[in-house]
Design a protein around this ligand. Structure first.
Ligand code: RFL
Ligand code: PHB
Length: 390
């Protein structure tokens, strides 16, 4: 079999790239290790930048988001028992974000791909990219007891942090940068109305907390937890008690609690692999970089990579120019590092870091005080949160 582009991974990056290519008449196959149901069962991101929402529209998959997504013009930062609004809309001259779950976005892109009759192979085992340092790359995989081969022009590695694409590159050709954080996020989903119509990011001496949502009847809440914690340590009652202790009293007092139907612990990590192109293999999304979730940047950054990669591939096939694909890695990395900086900064400013001691705590207090009293500081936060331009 032959296809112009083989896409490894059916997450947001792979599906969005696939749809844009399909719409441009560039044929592509998506190879996914898991089942479609498994991909859709992962609860992850919730906040889309305007640029991400616009790309979903461009791909022809934006109808449900337009109907069901919640546009947000601001969010609250809470500390020292009080909360302060960051007015995204006014600080950025009219930009906002869209609260719409990654699960929904993935669902919409899968449905759009089905309608376009584009090829996806789920439960593709042992997916392996070959010869991407030469002119005729190909990808092999196992399915139903047989080995399959797809010859192609390019391979897009959109297979996440644990995928095969980055691991296929010789170690000497890749440079990785990493920071881990000494805590995790315990997150729950519950069918209770959100405590506030906007998100609340909360710094507290017991640790960070975040109030988010999926709809006006479904809440997504997080608390900073220890990396040694297990889900059994956190029955719902303990979760609700803990998050209420961390929130300002007026917020905690009006919080509706209920039975959670999803609960998970995620470690926090910053990671970048450079470069993002190796001959005819491109890395995009979590395959190339990870951010801690505090700035809501992971999914958005994956879509930013797809912007540059799709534009480059379109120029290659339709404009007969290699300029876009040649510039891909440098353009994507310039934006990636800014989002890495922002996510690291938001994580550092809002979480409890016991090892930084009293000095670290005073610096954090000064940072937050400056943030809410300086229009310049609030603007810098708002500008990064709504998303830097592509
Ligand atoms: P994905 O979504 O990980 O998709 C990769 C796909 O590749 C498949 N795969 C393979 N397929 C074939 N062969 C192999 N060898 C393969 N290995 C892997 C996988 O099964 C999967 O289907 O990467 P992508 O597309 O780059 O998308 C990135 C986003 O998913 C990620 O950045 C965000 O979810 C991060 N993230 C958040 N991002 C935000 O923008 N806002 C948020 O609020 C936010 N919250 C989060 C998050 C990530 C979390 N976790 C658990 C990592 C909250 C959490 C808890
Ligand atoms: C979420 O709703 O899951 C969410 C929102 C904002 C973040 C991280 C996660 O910064």
């Amino acid at each position: 079999m032959r296809s112009q582009v083989v896409i490894i991974g059916s997450g947001p990056a792979g599906l969005l790239l696939g749809q844009l290519l399909t719409n441009a008449g560039i044929d592509n196959v998506v190879l996914e290790r898991s089942t479609r149901e498994h991909v859709l069962s992962r609860v992850r991101a919730g906040v889309l930048e305007e640029g991400t929402a616009a790309m979903l529209e461009e791909a022809g998959a934006g109808q449900r988001m337009r109907r069901e997504g919640l546009p947000h013009d601001g969010f609250d930062v809470a500390f020292d028992g009080k909360h302060h609004r960051i007015d995204l809309f006014n600080l950025t001259s009219g930009k906002r974000v869209m609260v719409y779950g990654q699960t929904e976005l993935t669902h919409d892109l899968m449905d759009t791909r089905d309608r376009a009759d584009a090829a996806s192979v789920y439960e593709a085992a042992e997916v392996t990219p070959h010869d991407f340092d030469r002119d005729a790359p190909y990808v092999t995989y196992e399915k139903d007891g047989a080995t399959h081969r797809i010859d192609c022009d390019f391979i897009a590695g959109c297979d996440g942090y644990h995928g095969v694409s980055r691991r296929s590159v010789p170690e000497s050709a890749i440079h990785s940068f990493e920071r881990t954080y000494p805590f995790g996020w315990l997150g729950i989903l519950a069918d209770v109305p959100p405590v506030s119509h906007e998100l609340i990011y909360c710094n507290h001496k017991r640790g960070f907390a975040l109030c988010s949502m999926r709809s006006m009847t479904r809440s997504r809440y997080y608390v900073q937890c220890s990396l040694d914690d297990h889900l059994e340590d956190w029955p719902d009652d303990r979760f609700w008690d803990e998050i209420r202790r961390r929130l300002p009293e007026d917020v905690a007092g009006r919080m509706t609690t209920g039975t959670s139907f999803e609960k998970s612990i995620a470690p926090l990590r910053s990671f970048v692999a450079e470069p993002m192109r190796f001959g005819r293999l491109f890395l995009a999304g979590d395959a190339a970089h990870i951010v801690p979730p505090t700035g809501a940047k992971g999914l958005n950054l994956a879509c930013g990579d797809v912007r540059y990669l799709f534009d480059g591939l379109r120029d290659y096939y339709i404009g007969k120019s290699t300029a876009g694909i040649d510039a891909y890695s440098a353009r994507a990395l310039a934006r990636v590092w800014k989002a890495e900086r922002f996510s690291w900064w938001m994580t550092t400013t809002l979480h409890l870091f016991p090892e930084t001691g009293a000095f670290g705590q005073r610096i954090q207090e000064a940072e937050l005080d400056y943030l809410i009293h300086s229009r310049a500081a609030s603007t810098a936060l708002a500008e990064n949160y709504v998303g830097l331009p592509f």
